[in-house]
Design a protein around this ligand. Structure first.
Ligand code: DC
Length: 207
């Protein structure tokens, strides 16, 4: 069983996908962490994420078991991630890794931008999770403040809008709902209510 959970930054898809994996007893992969790790690796080596050669090399060298969860959660790493994610060579380098993960028994929940459209077009259920930019910026700001990196809420909103634009407008696997995705707007939903709504969609789809 494969569940694809796509949506924009800070839509709540990560929290939701993790909870769904636990509920259905499936493996969980946050694919955004792979792009973040690639962007962060380029930054850590003193490089520029816009340098395609450096980004491709970092993607090809990526070891998913060695990701520094704290380092990839900064606003800088998020920005670098959206830059390297626009590069077809970077996407190609980590496509196999994602597909191998999805094939693990008894199944997996993957969250990202292109899981339902490109990585797992055969997924059993596809969710596209969204929320307004203002609400997503507030959630991301609260999250960043917890880790002490401290940008203002207005800066985070600007960053959310810029990343939405870059994720949706890029030529390589742009963020968009698959034709058969179920849309879930979490703007007015608590984490619990979003989870309940997703389970209802999945149980119905699985019969
Ligand atoms: O979900 P996130 O904020 O951790 O994702 C970081 C960046 O990675 C985001 O700008 C888009 C990119 N991404 C992608 O292009 N495809 C995915 N499947 C997951 C993330």
């Amino acid at each position: 069983m494969i569940i694809a959970v796509d949506g924009p930054a800070a839509s709540g898809k990560g929290t939701l996908a993790r909870a769904l994996a636990r509920h259905y007893g499936l493996h969980y992969l946050d694919t955004g962490s792979l792009y973040r790790a690639v962007g962060q690796a380029v930054l850590a080596a003193g490089g520029d994420p816009a340098d395609e050669k450096a980004a491709r090399a970092a993607a090809e060298a990526l070891d998913a078991s060695q990701i520094d969860e704290k380092a990839i959660r900064t606003a800088e790493a998020g920005h670098a991630a959206s830059v390297v994610a626009a590069m077809p060579a970077v996407r190609a380098a980590i496509l196999d890794l994602q597909r191998r993960f999805a094939a693990r028994k008894p199944g997996a929940v993957l969250d990202g931008r292109d899981i339902g459209t490109v990585v797992c077009p055969e997924a059993d259920v596809k969710l596209f999770v969204s929320a307004s930019p203002e609400i997503r910026a507030r959630r991301r700001w609260l999250e960043l403040n917890n880790s002490g990196s401290g940008p203002s809420e207005a800066q985070v909103l600007e960053d959310v809008r810029e990343r939405d634009r870059r994720d949706a407008e890029r030529a390589a696997s742009p963020m968009k709902p698959a034709a058969d995705a179920h849309l879930l707007d979490t703007s007015d939903l608590s984490i619990e209510a979003a989870f309940d709504a997703a389970v209802a969609i999945i149980d119905k789809a699985m019969g």
